[in-house]
Design a protein around this ligand. Structure first.
Ligand code: DAT
Ligand code: MG
Length: 151
């Protein structure tokens, strides 16, 4: 299996609502591999770095404040097509527009509390993984299930 990796985070609302295992379970059952995970309370400055592409948006300050308001579960998931398909599992940014069956469609109601973050492309995936994780915090291993997932 190709070593594509993406950054996924359960935001403070998802953590407070007890949705960590539900979210991990959806990625794990799909066949993706968890190669890094930690619980952190990011500073507002760090949250601003994470969302730097949105710094001109009117909601940027509130967004950075919200991401830094409590524990976040930061993860790196690996697998073929995980960046694009991870976004499909997550659903549209606005939960009012997310399809049922997606994480946001099933578990969230408003855009400001949409419980999960996922990298939106190969460049942001690389940048976000590097921002949140040191190389030694990530593992590389072959799962026994891989031959049954990929053939
Ligand atoms: P996504 O999280 O789907 O990648 P994004 O990168 O455009 O979406 O925005 C990052 C987060 O900012 C999003 O998850 C929730 C918040 N956000 C986006 N648009 C918003 C809006 N119009 N009002 C309030 N918050 C918004
Ligand atoms: Mg985004």
């Amino acid at each position: 299996a190709e070593l594509e990796r993406t950054f996924i985070a359960v935001k403070p609302d998802g953590v407070q609502r007890g949705l960590i295992s539900e979210i991990i379970s959806r990625f794990e059952r799909k066949g993706y591999k968890l190669v890094g995970i930690k619980v952190v309370v990011p500073s507002k400055e760090f949250a601003g770095k994470h969302y730097h592409a949105l710094k001109e948006k009117p909601f940027f300050n509130g967004l950075s404040e919200f991401l830094s308001s409590g524990p976040v579960v930061a993860m790196v998931w690996e697998g073929e097509g995980v960046i694009t398909y991870g976004r499909k599992l997550i659903g549209a940014t606005d939960p009012q527009k997310s399809e049922p069956g997606t994480i946001r469609g099933d578990l969230a109601v408003v855009v400001g509390r949409n419980i999960i973050h996922g990298s939106d492309g190969p460049e942001t995936a690389k940048d976000e993984i590097n921002l949140w994780f040191k190389p030694e915090e990530l593992v590389s291993f072959t799962s026994n299930a891989e031959k049954w997932i990929y053939g």
